[in-house]
Design a protein around this ligand. Structure first.
Ligand code: IMP
Ligand code: MG
Length: 179
């Protein structure tokens, strides 16, 4: 039996409104250019699709998947590329789209690796940021929401592969189990 429940932290409307604002900002910042969105699977997929629809520029998409050897709720520094990008990044204006930056380990590794592929520019866009958890410094250009140190699910984020499809951001609250 589940000993936790999920409480809404950010409603679907709040998240969608914020994604619209980020889309508008990117449309302005990259005016006259073509943007290449790189989605970090699986968590970034929901955010990237919503964001891409709101960028009013020529936009191409690519996907990659990295797994960090860690526990269910904490990443380690070790990252393995499970699925690499299909397209080269050379000369492109790349925005990496992530669900959440937590310790920053995954992103700092990925960004270093992608930079070596010589994009024209490389920026990071994340739906959520937990700044209090940062272990490795990463430059985030676009942030949806800064959130406190809580374990969240929904909008791509999972707990044990569940809840990615929730249309809002919820906090996993662990119940007292003593009886
Ligand atoms: P980092 O390397 O510690 O920054 O970890 C980033 C990854 O950990 C994210 O891409 C998520 O997959 C996962 N993660 C971190 N915090 C949460 C959370 O609150 N809910 C679900 N997944 C999380
Ligand atoms: Mg992720």
């Amino acid at each position: 039996m589940a000993n936790y429940h999920i409480e809404e932290m950010l409603s679907e409307e709040e998240v969608d409104r914020r994604i619209q604002e980020i889309g508008d900002q990117i449309t302005k910042d990259y005016a006259g250019k073509q943007v290449h969105l790189v989605c970090v699977l699986k968590g970034g997929a929901f955010f990237m699709c919503e964001l891409a629809k709101r960028i009013k520029l020529d936009t191409s998409l690519d996907f990659m998947s990295a797994s960090s050897y860690g526990s269910r709720t904490e990443s380690s520094g070790l990252i393995k590329i499970v699925k690499d990008l299909d397209e080269p990044l050379k000369g492109k204006d790349v925005i990496v789209v992530e669900d959440i930056v937590d310790s920053g380990r995954t992103l700092s590794y990925l960004l270093k690796m992608l930079k070596e592929r010589e994009p024209n520019s490389l920026r990071l866009c994340t739906l959520l940021d937990k700044p209090s958890r940062r272990v490795v410094d990463v430059d985030v250009e676009y942030t949806g929401f800064q959130i406190p140190d809580e374990f969240v699910v929904g909008y791509g984020l999972d707990y044990d592969q569940k809840y990615r499809n929730l249309p809002y951001i919820g906090v996993v609250k662990f119940d007292d189990t003593e009886e």
